[in-house]
Write a protein that binds this ligand. Structure first.
Ligand SMILES: O=C(O)CCC(=O)C(=O)O
Ligand SMILES: [Fe+2]
Length: 361
């Protein structure tokens, strides 16, 4: 969808659509704030060419190679794209179509779903970031959040947007197929860690949940002054993302440089999130990433997060720790992690560090 600057109005009522409004202006990486994890540094803002981007993995290759490529990517990048993953091409496109139609709805229609209350399970929000000595500022994005849990379909499907009319049906079908793909990835990741194929499936059974966000980044008059999503790591187990073709925006840190993750047809981007880094005892990396905006074209990403229930106990997997490789993290309830996350929200993004046994090392 091409959408000109003036045609999109944020559902967030308090903020006019103007980059000169203080609510919307954030500095990119150069705010010198000790609570910000990534320090300003010339090479940090350098985006390298897509040819040196994150690995692309063809899921039709032989099983052994697939396991080892995924494992390498989780260790060295924390991110990879998958192609030939078997996900229905029609559903992939339909989900992008209903997402595009949703953000093409008039402001009044979207505004009905607007809420800043994180306890509202289906809502639209414009995320904020807190900068040192300043108020919270809003990001240049509007996102629709909702559960994506096929086993609790009845609980939330009736809360999903009524418009476009096919949103509910498509989102329900998508959540089934995407969570199957996530489970397959759990299996491959378990094997990569040297565990039984069903290790993560069994370990996470009954304590995991899935949620989805549809992120919409309208064209931004001055992308240098704003951020779509500021630097962060994801807090769940793994994340899987599809993005609209032809528009770049997602950037991932590798060796102190930003890599642009340009869209590939029909691909998903998969990344290690904080809980998997902890469970793998630091072997797999939950890597900092961000989404930037551009002046010309709107961008959509559809993201499914595999998260945990509050009472889930997380810690390094017993089989992965020994005398040579002692536990780096302590065990905790996911709820504790969420509390720390809320404390750090909008200021800094390095929650897992707090759970390290020897933070100085
Ligand atoms: O939109 C994107 O490409 C990335 C967004 C993201 O990282 C997130 O919402 O966690
Ligand atoms: Fe993310």
């Amino acid at each position: 969808m091409e959408m000109s600057k003036s045609s999109f109005k944020f559902a967030c009522k308090s903020s006019p659509f103007s980059p000169s409004h203080p609510d919307f202006i954030i500095l990119p990486d150069d705010y010198d704030d000790e609570t910000v994890v990534l320090k300003p540094d010339d090479h940090l803002s350098q985006v390298v060419l897509p040819s040196t981007s994150i690995p692309t993995i063809d899921m039709k290759i032989d099983h052994g190679s697939l396991v080892s490529k995924i494992s390498d990517a989780c260790e060295n990048y924390g991110f990879f794209q998958i192609i030939n993953h078997g996900f229905s091409r029609d559903l992939y496109q339909q989900m992008m179509d209903v997402a595009t139609d949703f953000f093409g709805l008039p402001y009044e229609e979207r505004a009905k779903l607007y809420s800043d209350d994180p306890n509202v399970s289906v809502r639209i929000e414009t995320p904020r970031l807190k900068l040192q000595n300043q108020n919270r500022v809003r990001m240049w994005t509007e996102r629709l959040l909702h559960p994506a849990d096929p086993t609790h379909e009845d609980d939330y499907i009736h809360l999903l947007p009524e418009n476009p009319p096919r949103y509910r049906e498509v989102a329900a079908a998508y959540s089934k197929e995407i969570t199957d793909l996530i489970c397959r990835l759990w299996g491959l990741i378990s094997e990569g860690l040297g565990l039984e194929t069903n290790y993560l499936q069994t370990r996470l059974h009954g304590s995991s949940k899935f949620c989805q966000t549809v992120n919409f980044y309208p064209p931004c008059p001055d992308p240098e002054l704003t951020m779509g999503v500021p630097v962060h790591t994801d807090i769940g187990v793994i994340t899987i993302l599809q993005q609209v073709q032809g528009v770049s925006g997602l950037q991932v840190i590798k060796d102190g440089k930003w890599l642009a993750v340009d869209p590939l047809p029909d691909a998903f981007i998969v990344n290690v999130a904080d809980q998997l880094e902890v469970m793998s005892n630091g072997r797999y990396k939950s890597v900092h990433h961000r989404a930037v905006t551009n002046q010309v074209t709107s961008r959509i990403s559809i993201i499914t997060f595999s998260r945990l229930n509050n009472d889930a106990i997380v810690g390094p997997i017993e089989d992965l720790i020994n005398e040579e490789q002692p536990a780096i993290y302590r065990n905790y309830h996911f709820e504790e992690f969420l509390k720390e996350f809320s404390k750090q929200l909008e200021t800094r993004w390095n929650v897992k560090q707090v759970f390290q046994l020897h933070p100085s090392t």
